[in-house]
Ligand binder design. Structure first.
Ligand code: DAH
Length: 342
């Protein structure tokens, strides 16, 4: 019987040594020490033994049980430690590695200029009005006093949709019409920033889409000198206190009289250089007094109300402000260009 016990013990130890994981060790525990285990079975033979043999045999079985038990536990600890070491090794991080660099974006120069323009005009008491980029022919042209045969209405100049009833707005002036229709007969003092579209060849100074900031003031006793003062204030805030402006007579269907507004050349400050073609002046916007027909179509009596308006090309201002010599840089998305505005 003692041999039998030793044999079981040897087999058990051999299995325990070869066990690859805790599950295998558990199976071994059941096989040898469990309720129906091989050692436990031996105890059932106690009844067939003599009085003297019994205690010795029982003690030996229990001793062997404890021995196997301890060896199992020791092996389990070793396996767990090995598993832990493996895990620690595979999850090791090197805290001395340099961090990942998140490249910071920059605000687009057109957005920078738009924001600054808005804040300058908001500071002078204007509020912001907006209109859709897809506009009716009526608001874009008719309400702005364009004749039916005006060349701007040609399909060559304008992106028409829906058989010419709607179009991609060619300027922000239709927001004047919308604002008047909404507010008549109350006074108006708004700017209308937004994107506009034209069919055009793209080159250094032309694009098929760009931005404008429209301005509109409608009230009683409106003075043209206020327009001039406000535009001078805008130009000086944008480019510097030494800037001058001049108004040259011009034509727009929606204003009468109309003017092109020039600013003193930002490069030569009026002395004359190649940029301003030796004139000392650069054209930056259009302006004028709101045409009586435009007032009337907007719901205002031109005998009682008058107004003035202006339209500024935002890209033009951005090119001048940042000394950019090609409008295409603004839409090409070249990171080397854009990151200069960080
Ligand atoms: N809408 C004109 C354009 O796109 C710009 C303009 C000129 C707007 C004179 C005005 C203005 O409000 O008074 O060329």
């Amino acid at each position: 019987m003692t041999d039998k016990i030793n044999q079981i013990k040897q087999i058990a130890l051999e299995h325990i040594k070869q066990a690859a994981d805790s599950k295998a060790l558990d199976d071994i525990r059941v096989r040898f020490l469990g309720k129906k285990g091989e050692l436990t079975d031996l105890l059932k033979t106690l009844g067939t033994m003599s009085k003297e043999e019994r205690p010795k045999f029982g003690a030996l079985v229990n001793e062997t049980k404890t021995f196997i038990e301890n060896y199992l536990q020791q092996q389990l600890d070793t396996l767990k430690q090995a598993e832990m070491n493996k895990k620690l090794e595979s999850e090791k991080i090197d805290v001395t590695l340099p961090g990942r660099i998140h490249r910071r974006g920059a605000i687009h120069p057109v957005k920078l200029v738009l924001d600054q323009m808005e804040s300058i005009f908001l500071g002078m008491g204007f509020t912001i009005a907006q209109g859709p980029e897809i506009e009716t022919d009526f608001n874009n042209f008719k309400a702005m006093n364009f004749q039916d045969d005006h060349p701007a209405r040609d399909a060559q100049d304008t992106f028409y949709i829906e058989n010419g009833k709607t179009l991609f707005r060619t300027h922000t002036s239709p927001v004047q019409a919308r604002t008047m229709q909404l507010n008549a007969p109350n006074p108006i003092r708004v700017i209308c920033p937004g994107r506009v579209f034209r069919r055009d060849d793209i080159d250094a100074t032309h694009h098929v889409q760009f931005h404008q900031v429209e301005g509109l003031l409608v009230d009683k006793d409106v003075k043209l000198s206020d327009l001039k003062g406000i535009l001078l204030e805008f130009v000086q805030k944008m480019f510097g206190a030494d800037m001058k402006i001049r108004l040259r007579p011009s034509f727009f269907p929606f204003t009468e009289p109309s003017a092109e507004v020039d600013v003193s050349c930002i490069f030569c400050h009026g002395d004359g250089c190649s940029f301003c073609k030796q004139s000392g002046w650069i054209e930056v916007l259009g302006a004028g007094c709101v045409h009586p027909n435009v007032l009337r179509l907007g719901g205002y009596d031109p005998e009682v109300f008058s107004g003035w308006a202006f339209g500024i090309g935002v890209e033009r201002i951005a090119l001048l402000k940042y000394g950019i010599n090609d409008i295409r840089y603004l839409t090409e998305g070249d990171v080397r260009f854009l990151e200069q505005f960080r």
